[in-house]
Design a protein around this ligand. Structure first.
Ligand SMILES: Nc1nc2c(ncn2[C@@H]2O[C@H](COP(=O)(O)O[C@H]3[C@@H](O)[C@H](n4cnc5c(=O)[nH]c(N)nc54)O[C@@H]3COP(=O)(O)O)[C@@H](O)[C@H]2O)c(=O)[nH]1
Length: 705
């Protein structure tokens, strides 16, 4: 045996005791029953608790009195587990020599003999103070962290790489409408809510921010998502940011997602969008949205090689409703029209209001046949009158149709062409539809251009009034004049009223223009009278639209009064069609005028109804003007002579005066005199002339007289 290896029992114990006291653990043994008194404890207990080992050895049951009373149940319960064979680890507080409490960890197990009988309990105590303090600090920090998390105005969700929620704050549960319990442990695929993207499409699972972060290892920033919850009707809109926290190996530890509630912001954005894209009166899409929809229809039809149709609607004589009943009625009528229109359309079609009384309908995937059927259906919608505040209003619409791609490949062209076709429908008699035809284009563009120029002409005073004398066949003197408008266009020179009056009538500009002619004529009459010329009668042409305006009588009586002209010096010329188409309106107007002594003549007689019986229905008529087409046929066509003779006779029997227009030759003049015609007008005596030229003619007459 080596002299260096001393292996007596004594040395073994000494070595063992040294090892025990040097170990960072205080080893003990205790009885496996009764008071579980300590039978051995290593000296390191002095360092751990300040107590001598002997204190426990001599007083084996004193140890329990050093255990914190609150921890007694834990400690005692632990013995039962140990006796059942469990190796246990528990923490509890132990009173040190100096009276302070120290957290110790007690790890113990039961030692048995080969027959399984309990011999003793062996265990070890270690100092846990530092660990407990760290744990406590950690708890405090977590509490603080949690507190802060609850204070932030954002939902926070922490998920593991398999998307399971491990933590969330109250705001997150609030936004998702779930409790913390419902949320914790849930993975992305488990959410029953529907998530939608900003454009309204569904968000696919792969596209969830958490999955994107996991897939790409990159943060998702400022993504807008809508949450469709089953418990509320409204969509909750959130701004989502998500980022990963990486572990030491570069793998994802957790993904943090923040959700900021932006519902109010989205709602006001929606409001702004609505204002910018919908008509506030009818709630139909406005011009901006309609254009977008036409563009969409173009893209779709181009891709799918299909056609679609655009219907342009304009209500016929809507202005009359507005002018005669007021805007309140006009607005209510437009709302009802919009409703009827919307209800009649298929889901794939859309209607919008461009402004005023103009509407547009887009018929997706529809060819010319389909468009014709739809247009007919829409026209039929107007068959039943509209009831507005107790008033029954009847109105119809004219519709123009353009077809993609045949009539245009962009929104502007298609709309313009449908508009042109609509004008054509109006020309054809209103309450009907027309398809666009490229031939209409130039004609209508000319008309639309003229409308623009007419407005400018009114502003810039480009109109003149010419006067054509009317000669009494008995005295062969000028007894009246007809006021005829002229347009001196700055570039195109004189434009005939035959070219621009129909356009002015169509677009309503005849009202200001007609009023201007009347005023000018009365002002000129006033000047002639003031210059000493004998009082004349002036004939002024009236259009149907002027009568329909409803304010014409007041305007006329004001103009007469302002210029000191007697009503008997004014003659109003109405055409046959004006008289017949609006019998009651015309009769009412004529009755009012008659009280002022105003005369009426029927213009272009013989060209319209060619029925003499209606004359008997117009008792307020004074004169009949034979159209120049008959006069110019005299002696060329025998029938013309017979007709003119018959007209004069018939007029006489109805006690009407007769004037013949367009007299160019002496032969015509003689025939008319022989027939008993009262007055003539025509180039034979004078063409329509300017104010100055007529002044000279009147002066010559005075000299002759
Ligand atoms: N609503 C309004 N209509 C108006 C007004 N001013 C004119 N008009 C209408 O425009 C049409 C064309 O008028 P105009 O070119 O002036 O032609 C008139 C005469 O110039 C023409 N005339 C007269 N004598 C002769 C003639 O011997 N030969 C011939 N070839 N033409 C002649 O006839 C027109 C007279 O028209 P009217 O007596 O009114 O029928 C025309 O329909 C005008 O009514 C306006 O202010 N408002």
């Amino acid at each position: 045996m080596s002299p260096y290896i001393i292996n007596t029992l004594e040395t073994k114990i000494a070595r063992f005791e040294h090892l025990l006291s040097a170990a960072p653990i205080t080893i003990y043994t205790r009885k496996p029953f009764a008071d579980f008194g300590i039978t051995f404890i290593s000296n390191s207990v002095k360092e751990l608790l300040g107590h001598e080992a002997d204190a426990f050895i001599f007083f084996p049951d004193s140890w329990l009195s050093h255990v914190h009373p609150e921890d007694h149940p834990v400690v005692l319960e632990n013995f039962h587990r140990i006796l059942l064979g469990d190796a246990t680890i528990i923490k509890y507080r132990f009173k040190m020599k100096d009276g302070q409490w120290k957290w110790i960890r007690d790890r113990a197990k039961l030692i048995t003999d080969s027959a399984g009988r309990a011999l003793e309990i062996i265990g070890g105590w270690t100092d846990m103070t530092e660990l407990i303090q760290t744990e406590e600090a950690l708890k405090q920090s977590e509490k603080k962290h949690r507190f802060l998390l609850e204070q932030v105005n954002a939902g926070v969700i922490v998920q593991t790489p398999d998307t399971r929620v491990v933590s969330c704050n109250r705001q997150a549960t609030h936004l998702l409408g779930l409790t913390e319990q419902q949320l914790l442990g849930k993975s992305a695929a488990d959410f029953e809510h529907v998530f939608i993207n900003e454009d309204g499409t569904l968000t696919a699972l792969d596209d969830f921010p958490v999955n994107q972060v996991i897939d790409t290892h990159k943060a998702v920033k400022s993504r807008v998502l809508g949450i469709e919850r089953s418990d509320i009707d409204e969509i909750v809109w959130v701004m989502v940011n998500a980022f990963a926290e990486f572990d030491n190996n570069g793998g994802i530890g957790v993904v943090n997602t923040t959700l900021i509630d932006i519902t109010p912001h989205i709602k006001s954005q929606e409001k702004i969008h609505r204002l910018a894209h919908y008509d506030s009166l009818t709630q139909l899409p406005n011009r901006v949205l309609i254009n977008e929809r036409i563009e969409q229809a173009i893209h779709y039809s181009y891709r799918e090689n299909k056609s679609f149709s655009l219907l342009f609607l304009d209500l016929d004589d809507f202005k009359i409703v507005n002018d005669s009943l007021g805007h309140h009625y006009g607005d209510a009528l437009l709302r009802q029209v919009a409703q009827r229109l919307e209800h009649s359309l298929r889901e794939t079609d859309s209607a919008g209001r461009l402004g005023g009384d103009e509407f547009v309908v887009i018929l997706n995937n529809t060819n010319a046949d389909g468009a014709a059927a739809a247009a007919q259906k829409i026209i039929h919608l107007f068959k039943d009158p509209f009831a507005v505040d107790g008033q029954v209003l009847s109105i119809q619409t004219s519709i123009g149709i353009s077809i993609y791609p045949k009539n245009g490949c962009d929104s502007n062209t298609l709309t313009r062409h449908a508009d042109i076709a609509m004008y054509h429908a109006k020309q054809e008699g209103r309450g009907r539809f027309s398809f666009f035809d490229f031939k209409m284009n130039t004609r209508l563009e000319y008309r639309l251009g003229m409308e623009r120029e007419l407005r400018l002409a009114i502003e810039e005073n480009q109109f003149l009034v010419y006067y054509q004398p009317q000669i009494d066949l008995t005295s062969e003197r000028i007894i009246g004049i007809e006021a005829l408008i002229r347009w001196r266009h700055p570039q195109r020179g004189m434009i005939s009223p035959a070219d621009f009056i129909p356009v002015a009538e169509d677009c309503g500009l005849i009202n200001p223009i007609g009023e201007w002619v009347l005023r000018r004529a009365c002002e000129d009459m006033k000047t002639w009278q003031a210059s000493g010329f004998a009082p004349l009668k002036v004939a002024v042409n009236l259009s149907l639209r002027q009568l329909q305006e409803g304010t014409l009588f007041n305007k006329i009586s004001n103009i007469l009064a302002q210029n000191g002209i007697a009503g008997s010096q004014l003659e109003l010329e109405l055409t046959e069609s004006v008289m017949m188409e609006n019998h009651s309106v015309t009769l009412n107007f004529m009755t009012q005028c008659k009280d002022l002594g105003i005369h009426f003549s029927i213009d272009d007689f013989g060209t319209g109804y060619s029925s003499l019986s209606y004359l008997t229905k117009l008792p307020l008529l004074d004169k009949l003007k034979i159209d120049r087409s008959f006069i110019q046929e005299l002696f060329k066509n025998n029938d013309a002579n017979t007709i003119v003779g018959a007209i004069v006779n018939m007029a006489k029997s109805l006690r009407l005066k007769v004037i013949a227009e367009g007299v160019e030759t002496e032969q015509q003049l003689d025939y008319l005199r022989d027939c008993g015609c009262d007055t003539v007008q025509g180039f034979y005596f004078s063409p329509p002339v300017s104010y100055e030229a007529l002044t000279q003619l009147l002066a010559q007459e005075e000299l002759i007289a």
